[in-house]
Unconditional design. Structure first.
Length: 133
């Protein structure tokens, strides 16, 4: 884990999966950007040193996910002063689109066993991709 605050949450909640899930959700729900790995120069890494594996972040802005009844919707906030054509506008409106179950299942299926454990879920009894009907 590269984030010291997140690492502290994981260490403080080792005994309770429920408490860990709540604390991780509280912390991660505020993150709106998938933080990209720092690029490494060839000069910085020697042949003897191995690069620290990154978390594979892409650097993209993440949507808010909202539930209306049994349907999920993603809400993308446009940048300040941008409209669909990239031109400036006075008011920024969020873009809302449905999140199909197949897309949610694909995302959840990509979660590694380590990520599932860090979230406080059980790989044997409660894999996130199993929760999509």
């Amino acid at each position: 884990l590269t984030d010291p605050v997140f690492d502290q949450i994981v260490k403080a909640t080792r005994g309770s999966r429920k408490r860990r899930f709540q604390r991780v959700w509280e912390y991660c729900s505020k993150k709106m950007v998938c933080e990209a790995d720092d690029p490494k120069d060839e000069d910085e890494m020697g042949f003897e040193e191995q690069a620290k594996p990154g978390h594979g972040g892409c650097g993209r802005v993440q949507p808010n996910i909202r539930r209306e009844g049994l349907k999920l919707f993603t809400q993308w906030k446009k940048g300040k002063g941008e409209d669909e054509d990239g031109e400036e506008s006075a008011i920024a409106q969020p873009e809302k689109r449905p999140l199909p179950a197949s897309e949610a299942h694909t995302v959840l299926k990509k979660m590694s066993s380590e990520d599932i454990a860090v979230l406080g879920l059980s790989e044997e009894h409660a894999r996130p991709d199993w929760m999509i009907l």
